[in-house]
Write a protein that binds this ligand. Structure first.
Ligand SMILES: Nc1ncnc2c1ncn2[C@@H]1O[C@H](COP(=O)(O)OP(=O)(O)OP(=O)(O)O)[C@@H](O)[C@H]1O
Length: 412
């Protein structure tokens, strides 16, 4: 939906600084990006990255120190407070803590924005009923926020934000205070807002699952800058910045953590590699073909494939066995298709650079997995596999799944 559509928000070299007692803080530092009309755009980053400030610049709750911001074709930087009011009228916002008026009923909270905008009582009543119906809490109209669950409060927040027919909805950590099930309900509602009403939604989050669930594109922020920007599948499939890789890993959990890897090495002392499985890369079938071609036996010992934006995504960690030269050739061949992270052997382990920051290795594309030391592992392939108990793996040989192999001891 977003590709080729015009920008509804455009940041050009935008910086926002705050003067603090300990000096100037650049909350947003030279950001240039477009948010496309009709998309769900995610802004992800760790605490203090500048996400909230970036998004508050859109509705002029913060004023840029330098650079230009356009909203709906209008340059908002430099506008008077009076003119900014009309810009803000086209933008709704929801918050982590809901920010409802506790002394007003649900209907009263939603009506408030309309009262401020000067709507007549009759129009307000009709609009409030319509909005509460849309967000699914019509029966709560007369209750007070204190009588509602977190998810219901956020529905009120969404109804209130939509009251005056905004073109853009800003959601600042809107699901961070909610449990996982309620989070999914609220995300589904945001998707409905986007799909049914054509409203551009900008989602601030520190959870990659939120991005994975609803966003079309995502910007990853660190120290006030956008370190990565792209459509969600590409960013998941090919994260270039370390922060992005850590966010992806936190959401997908398809790769062994250092603790898990240590346990795996006890059971599988041979050469371990983690192979990415993407729609546009290597499929599971292709991996088994490559291994068979090189007379290498592979056992899947960890991994998972799920969906990102309705397309397959994940990785599989394999233990490879065979003649050292064959294994090496198979690994090189796989690296030609997809991202391969070489984890070495029990005797000569290599770390996964994405999971162990500070190793100095910064993989940047599909060819980064070999790393140094790949050939150093060859000797380790002579490890007597019979000493290792195979538990919980799936073995492939000659391209065929051998489901019994994992449960036999010393069968390799
Ligand atoms: N009004 C302010 N005055 C001074 N410093 C500020 C102000 N607002 C934000 N900052 C600083 O700017 C930086 C970015 O803050 P911001 O709230 O935008 O980050 P964030 O990514 O949204 O973080 P969080 O997820 O914790 O809300 C932080 O160092 C913060 O302390």
């Amino acid at each position: 939906m977003s590709v080729g559509t015009p920008a509804i928000v455009r940041f050009s070299g935008v910086t926002k600084s705050f003067a603090t007692r300990s000096g100037e803080v650049r909350a947003v530092d030279g950001v240039t990006l477009d948010i496309h009309q009709g998309e769900i755009f995610g802004v992800i980053g760790y605490s203090g990255a500048g996400k909230s400030t970036l998004v508050r610049l859109i509705n002029a709750l913060e004023i840029a120190s330098s650079g230009t911001i356009e909203v709906d074709g209008r340059t908002i930087t430099g506008l008077s407070e009076g003119s900014l009011r009309s810009v803000r009228a086209g933008i709704g916002m929801i918050f982590q803590q809901f920010n409802l008026l506790t002394s007003r009923t649900v209907a009263g909270n939603v009506a408030y924005a309309l009262e401020v905008a000067g709507w007549s009582r009759a129009r307000r009543t009709a609009r409030v009923a319509e909005l509460l119906e849309f967000v699914g809490i019509a029966e709560k109209a007369r209750q007070y926020p204190g009588q509602l669950s977190g998810g219901q409060k956020q529905r009120v927040g969404i109804a209130r934000a939509l009251a005056t027919n905004p073109r853009i909805l800003l959601a600042d950590e809107a699901t961070s205070a909610l449990d996982p099930d309620t989070t999914q309900d609220v995300l589904a509602l945001l998707k409905k807002v986007n799909h049914d009403l054509g409203i551009t939604v900008v989602v601030i989050t520190h959870e990659m699952d939120v991005v994975k669930s609803i966003c079309d594109r995502v910007a990853v922020m660190e120290r006030g800058t956008v370190v990565e920007l792209g459509d969600v599948y590409s960013v998941f499939a090919n994260p270039r910045h370390r922060a992005t890789r850590r966010f992806v890993e936190s959401s997908i959990k398809d790769r062994p953590t250092s603790d898990v890897l240590e346990r795996l090495r006890h059971r599988h002392p041979g050469r371990l590699i983690t192979v990415s499985v993407h729609e546009d890369g290597t499929s599971g079938g292709r991996i088994t073909d490559v291994l068979a071609e090189h007379r290498v036996q592979g056992t899947i010992i960890f991994g998972g494939i799920s969906e990102v934006t309705e397309r397959p995504f994940g990785s599989l960690t394999w233990e490879l066995e065979g003649a050292a030269a064959d294994v090496e050739r198979a690994v090189v061949r796989l690296q030609g298709y997809t991202r391969v992270v070489d984890l070495g052997t029990a005797e000569h382990p290599l770390v996964d650079p994405d999971l162990d920051p500070g190793t100095g290795s910064t993989p940047s594309d599909g060819q980064d997995g070999g790393q140094d030391g790949g050939t150093a592992e060859l000797a380790a392939l002579t490890t007597d596999a019979e000493n290792a108990a195979q538990v919980g793996g799936l073995s492939f040989f000659g391209g065929h799944l051998n489901p019994f192999a994992p449960f036999r001891r010393g069968n390799r």
